[in-house]
Write a protein of this length. Structure first.
Length: 142
């Protein structure tokens, strides 16, 4: 195993989304995820644009904005971009880094293969998405 591969697997182990995955599942993600470093002020995804990547924030912070309204602040362990890949619909919000950030990026062509190889990941993502939906519903009611 190369040193770079070891470092990527160590990085993946630090991400809460991947906490319950075994070594083979982590290696599958590592094969398909690219590490990207971006400065503060970088737009990761743009509202209404076509989605072609899924991201996990390893280090840094990002604002989630829809129609100039802040919806959330994302930090290490948070992920974004999965809804556009799952539904093949335009992005629902713009996400911009507010600090220098390190991300893992997985392109559309690899996303389904990784979910098939790591069913724990798919279940965990569904749980987080359900929580997001519940929060959105509560905001509408109040």
């Amino acid at each position: 195993m190369s040193r770079h591969k070891d470092e990527k697997l160590d990085l993946l182990r630090t991400v809460p989304l991947f906490a319950r995955l075994d070594e083979a599942e982590l290696e599958e993600i590592g094969r398909h995820a690219d590490e990207v470093e971006v400065p503060a002020g970088t737009t990761i995804v743009t509202q209404n644009a076509t989605g072609n990547s899924f991201y996990v924030i390893v280090e840094g912070l990002a604002d989630v904005m829809r129609d100039d309204q802040q919806l959330a602040v994302l930090g290490p362990g948070d992920f974004l971009g999965e809804m556009a890949l799952l539904e093949d619909l335009p992005r629902s919000a713009t996400v911009t880094t507010t600090a220098p950030s390190r991300l893992l990026e997985m392109h559309r062509r690899d996303f389904s293969a990784v979910l098939d190889a790591a069913p724990h990941l798919a279940r965990k993502m569904l749980s987080v998405m359900a929580h997001r939906l519940r929060d959105a519903d509560e905001k509408l009611v109040t």
